[in-house]
Write a protein that binds this ligand. Sequence first.
Ligand code: EPZ
Length: 429
Amino acid sequence: MEKFVIRGGRPLVGEVTIGGAKNAAVAILPATILAGGVCVIDNLPNISDVAVSVRILAELGASVRMLSKTAMEIDTTHLRPEPVSDELCRQMRASYYFLGALLGRFGYASVAMPGGCNLGTRPIDQHLKAFREMGAENSVEGGYINLSTVNGVQEAHIFFDTVSVGATINAILAAACANGTVVLENVAKEPHVVDVANFLNTCGADIRGAGTDVIKIRGTKNLHGCEYSIIPDQIEAGTYMVGAALTGGNVLIRNVTPKHLEPITDKLERAGASVEEYDDAVRVWRSGEIQPVNIKTAPHPGFPTDMQSLMGVLLCRAAGTSIITESVWESRFRYVEELQRMGANIQVNGKVAVFEGVPELQAAPVRATDLRAGAAMIMAALAASGVTEIEDIEHIDRGYEDIVEKLTALGADIRRVEFVQSAGINQVG
Ligand code: EPZ
């Protein structure tokens, strides 16, 4: 097993380049199934969720070849619509995109139940509702979700009961080759939803309205391969922005879309950081005190839930009281207990957490309770006095590429250390 060992107290200073968006990549990789040809996907992040998606494609018969550190050629011409195994699906949430993609191309799909971060109940009723309205019967047998249609995906007008990124993307995937037009209302507007639609349109699909409340998809059977570059990761960028603000550093964050960062930039500026925007970069620094801010998470363009724990760490050090309201996931304050070990003063009551700023965080042994909570613990450790050890870091590797290398280049003292766990005692190996 591995853990991070971090000596805190050094400001992050320098430049960092952001990778491709995880939540776009894990949807665009299954979407290559619909192309039924050769796709070259660039700006792929080097993270374990991407590796799992590629393994699923390969198991289904796609041929896959790395062209560079970030570019991959994927040929789905001879891909077979076989069941997607439990072993791989359990490793990430986004394995559910194979449902929409296989259904869209072949008219049926069988995919094991998805895994991913434990953020409380994670229903997929809206995905299944969309598939049903497009003519797919669904059943769950032996841990597999099975979808089948009589003559492929049919036209439909779907109104989602709740705004869901996954259900919106899954419905787009299923509808791209439909026999007719599919209209989706009350959809998610996240940049990665738009990116998936842009990728499919580059493959010859006819998808309009992504990024607004209504998406219209005119199904076509004539999709083909294409070359496509994934958008930069908004949350990885936000993570380094918080790191710069928290440690009182100064970081130029390259390969970003500043427009996608606006909800994060706004809160950071209110918290006393300075943010300068360029065409495809932002610079973040802080010289004064951290100011308290209130935050309520919401679907895009609201404040992203995936940044909630990271802003939480920053607000632990604010000069006053901040309130964070989590309105997307029911269990996204599990990191609070870890921060309390480091001296944070936080009270959680259901969906609301009250952060009383403290002058200092101190090192402690902590865990990454999920992906973003893990990144938040890294940031807390960078700002804390002493040496913090973070376990369960496989969550972090699911979504952050080269995090040790990137932070080291910014002046952080962070090491990845192997250890063996025996009878509750950790031995550094
Ligand atoms: C995506 O998850 C992201 N994951 C999550 O990022 C992110 O937190 C979330 O969107 C919200 O932005 C991927 O893109 C792979 P949702 P997803 O469906 O699609 C409810 C990260 O850290 N809901 O938008 O699974 C649900 O319970 C991860 O990178 C239903 O009720 O989220 C939640 O309250 C973690 N029924 C809300 O909608 C459904 O059928 C939003 O969920 C689906 C969702």
